[in-house]
Design a protein around this ligand. Structure first.
Ligand code: MEV
Length: 338
């Protein structure tokens, strides 16, 4: 039996603009998907049985649907089918069966403490976990580059037109400088000045987003370019400035840049009343906050030099603040005797 563990991710900056070719800084974080996989006579996903050939056919149908959606620039149908978690895992399993052509099925058990659809990379971590587990089991291969490429293909089933940033962060871990179509770069010199800046971040869940990542990305694509394009450009600039601020451990600039990021994302209609109200309290207290990933609800990332004060404020507003460890290790594997 093989065990795979994959971290979630969080965008420090660059969500959405990364889809348009601007850079993003994405950190792997200490919430994980864990998978146990072994060979079996059929496909068992968390105890539910599926026929092997039917699983492959399901995946092929999803691939065809993706092609159609891409052609029509409308991912609504794909998004609604993928709202059930099992459909995504089933399509992903079918994709791996098709590409590896093993003679057996699998029993795969997936556990996750990454909140679903909340901007922390739960689907990217599942994609990476499925690819890593199937290729470890059937090919005895664990190559992060190859895992990442196939995980990107799976991400399309859920996100429509992903940038590839989420799966790269979950696969490689650490802090990534990511630009679509390029190899991601690990940012090794962040926080080396012992600034402790990464201890000043906390997260809080502002509520499950009403729309999926696929729908939110689609809404941004449909936004009037005269509004969208300057926002995307500025978000790109912010990412470059944030790189310097993080390397220098410059708290004041980090606060300004996160707040400028949020002003931009809000212009794209990615805010919620809950998030706005909490973010304005954090700003008044001298801190910074923004939603993460596709936004529209979900995870709020907050930063303040006095992190305990922000934690109290988030608590008083009725949310559960949580510490996070950023820059953790990417996907890992372990073979366990049955
Ligand atoms: C979603 O976690 C991040 C987005 O930028 C989409 C993507 O990069 O594929 C909104």
């Amino acid at each position: 039996m093989i065990k795979i563990r994959v971290p979630g991710k969080i965008h420090l900056v660059g969500e959405h603009s990364v889809v348009y070719g601007e850079p993003a800084i994405i950190a792997a974080l200490d919430r994980h998907v864990s998978v146990e996989i072994r060979t079996a006579s059929a496909i068992f996903i968390n105890g539910k049985e599926f026929d092997i050939d039917e699983t492959k056919r399901f995946s092929q149908r999803i691939e065809e649907l993706w092609q159609r959606c891409m052609k029509n620039c409308d991912f609504s149908e794909l998004s609604s089918i993928m709202k059930s978690d099992n459909n995504f895992i089933r399509a992903s399993a079918g994709y791996m069966l098709d590409s590896l052509q093993p003679e057996e099925g699998v029993k795969i058990d997936i556990k996750s403490d990454i909140p679903r659809g909340a901007g922390m990379g739960s689907s990217a971590a599942i994609s990476v976990a499925i690819v890593a587990s199937f290729s470890s089991l059937f090919k005895n291969e664990f190559n992060r580059q190859k895992i990442n490429s196939a995980a990107f293909e799976l991400e399309r089933f859920l996100h429509g037109t992903p940038s590839g940033g989420d799966n790269s962060a979950c696969c490689f871990g650490g802090f990534l400088w990511f630009r679509k179509g390029e190899n991601s770069i690990e940012m090794k010199n962040l926080g080396t000045k012992d600034s402790g800046i990464f201890d000043n971040f906390i997260v809080a869940n502002t509520g499950i987003p009403k729309l999926s990542t696929c729908e939110l990305v689609q809404n941004v694509r449909r936004t009037d370019p005269s509004i969208r394009d300057p926002v995307i450009k500025d978000l790109g600039k912010i990412t470059s400035l944030m790189k310097e601020a993080l390397e220098e451990g410059d708290s004041k600039r980090i606060v300004n840049l996160i707040n400028r990021t949020w002003d931009n994302l809000s212009k794209l209609g990615l805010s919620t009343p809950n998030a706005d109200s909490l973010i304005s309290k954090i700003r008044k207290a001298g801190g910074a906050a923004k939603l993460c990933g596709a936004c529209g609800g979900g995870t709020l990332l907050a930063y303040h030099e006095d992190v305990d004060m922000i934690r109290k404020l988030v608590n008083e507003a009725g949310y559960q603040p949580a510490r996070i460890k950023l820059g953790v290790e990417g996907v890992t594997t372990e073979t366990v005797s049955p």
